[in-house]
Design a protein around this ligand. Sequence first.
Ligand code: FES
Ligand code: FES
Length: 896
Amino acid sequence: MRPAGENAHKRLIDFLRNDLRLTGTKEGCGRGHCGSCAVLIDGKLRRACRITVGQAAGRHVLSIEGLGTPEHPHPIQRAFMEAGAVQCGFCTPGMIMATKALLDANPHPSRGEIARALRGHLCRCTGYVKIIDAVLLAADYLMGAVNTPVPPGVQGEGSVVRLDALAKVTGTAVYGADLVLPGTVHVKAVRSPHPYARILEIDAAPALQLPGVIAVFTARDVPGINRYKRQREDQPVLAEDVVRFCGEPVALVVAETEAAAERGVQVVRVDYQVLPPLLDPAASLAAGAPSLHPGGNILAEERLERGDVQPALAQADLLIRETYRTTFNEHAYLEPEAGTAYLDEEGRIVVYGPTQAPHHDQREIAKVLGLPAEKVRMRQCVVGGGFGGKIDMSVQCFVGLVTHLLWRPSRMVYTREESFLATTKRHPFTITCTTGCTREGLITALEMDILADTGAYASAGPGVLTRAVLTATGPYRIPNVRVHGRSVYTNNPIAGAMRGYGVPQVAFALESQIDMMAQRLGLDPIDLRRRNGLEGGDATATGQVLGRDVGYQATLEAVKNYWTRPLSREGAPRILRGRGVASMWYGIGRTNSSNICEAEIVLTTGGQIRVYAGATEMGQGCGTVLGQIAARALGQDLGRVTVVTGDSLLTPDADTTSASRQTYMSGMAVVAAARELEQELLQRASRVLDVEAGALVLADGAVVAGSDRRVRVDLATLAQGGELRRRGRYQSTATRRSEASDATIPYEVYSFGTEMTEVAVDTETGQVTVERVVAAHDCGHPVNPQTAEGQVEGGILMGVGFALKERFVPGSTENFRSYHIPTAGEVPEIISLFVTGPEPCGPFGAKGLGECSSIAMAPAIANAIFAACGYRPRELPVSRNELKEFMASKPLSYYI
Ligand code: FES
Ligand code: FES
């Protein structure tokens, strides 16, 4: 870099991204905690957020853009693509730079050395397994040990390279913070420092006097309805008279630069009358508690009843009653929320930002701005992870409002602290669970009471509660069931959708109970689950009779093979080892609703296939998977297929990308569109070739005669008169509860899973290390096995965090320094197994997987801890201190 001059005090990351427009270097935290901003300075790995331009001046700075290009990717970049190490891709440039530094110093690292070298680089998506694989592959490439060209990924089936991988490994993918248009103004929010307070006055004058500040907007400036709705319309876009959680937005400061906007935020004066906050659901339910919302403090209440619970519990040979607690969890995607709004040539407000529901966002933004929906376009940016947290809007309404009022492009980028403070969390649950069973281990009754802290506003709280209640029975036949759930408003952060949607919490309770049953009855925990496990044709507690796609028993069989192997004795007697198992089920799609997805397929005049799907790609790989489904349905190579996702103007509505629904539902819609297009192509080819349509088939780039493939007509020829466009639609058969029927079909199909863990417990420190995981899932036939494995591995690490590390404390957790997610140093050996039921359903046999792999992990770990040392966790994350104290209270003979 040249001598620094006036930029000397600028952070290097700002100089690279803003001045040089080299946006491949990402800012995940700005504090040196995440590693996403890594660059090499004179060959040494450095964090560009922690170094100034002055410190880098006169030295050689290498960022991701200097390593390789889309035309000529570096071998490390190729290795990341081929090994499936890229999901959302936000951590990827930093990981690749760290890999370069490592391999320059150590060309042949072991897996352990790689894990240690990458420990300071966070990834929330991949579980690090495929990143470590990629480093090993890159080492081979650089040593010339492997010399294969990039697999082009042209087949519609199997583990093809993701369609978005090249842009992500080369730093050319455009995330929300990467788009800066000429004339852009910058937006920052004034946020409440109080969990509950009345707003007496907002004085914007001090901010408006600052140089560069253009405007300060409050609720009074919202031209439409100042309410945002996910599942209830209870949340103001900008607070009106009351704030209900710390971080609630009160005003927006708009300025010519980000720094000026930030200075403006500091001086806007808000007078509050501080009110006593309600910080737990019990306080909210107490007599005399103030109502946080007009309808009272209970957001939602759900019941599931089957059979007659009380007599069944009374007659049970073994009755177990326990209370379990979980805490707030942060999604901790590596990309903080960011986006831009602008006016297009037709006067539409276009919002380019992170979303898991583009059409919903379009309607909500339009409502807030007082515009017809067609005057707003929501375009999904490249999204750096979602896990449910980007189902709710963040920057969308803010930048939309500013652009609408000022007629200038506007941009808003959350800091990591702001992302932690202001966005939704996983619900803390308190669960009291009573189970009854026979001495042979047949579960006869389940009673469960769920109390969920939904925080200040509804978000997805009602849906999370409903799913938790409907899924509380786990993948088991239980004849007598009574589940009661309440979701309660407090002045805590808003709790919403997070991977698993209420199911991880109830699975922790139920699977712990089942482990206790097995232990007290002296039964094998896998056999006990097999005795009670659902099969095709069984009825669930809602009365739904399952189809023949149920593969739960197959997941138990697959894990059983690993269950009886001897555990390592390494480290004994200080280290105690144990093995635990837990199962899960997860309904695919939104609850109790006939989910609809639409998709379009276009044959271009050049003979290419373009898929338009409203599903959103946030790293999970659905863009590639839908492309593969289209390629397969049309008999085309994937190289001929492009996919456009998540754009309210261009793509049909596929509702939210949540509930593991898009592979199944958008996949079915893609297949339906493909069938329509195929019929049209066969008819056209029949006329051109003078061969009956029934005797023709699609081949790559052409329609050919089945009997003689030399008789053919190119797709481009068939589209000469103009592109061909066909739409497909899929509507699930799920139904709401009805008075008329005893049965509810909350979900059309279910995925199942069983996970086994081996843990090591350090008796002196209370440290728990997950050493091995065997995960068997019935998600149908995975369309892209490499992507599916990546989902499993990422979910497993998220489950490890849920079980052992992650606790979001409102008012104190600020960033990755105080919220610890698993690192590359904590990756267990993971064996992923995919099984199916007797008759798989869905597009080419695929169901859904995204949320499944994290659900059974926490109870499997808790059960393994019990097996290791006799401590039964009833609260997550497991307290290391409690565990240590428990072990200190037992004589050594207790363990031997
Ligand atoms: S370490 Fe620099 S952005 Fe996180
Ligand atoms: S791929 Fe690593 S954070 Fe998403």
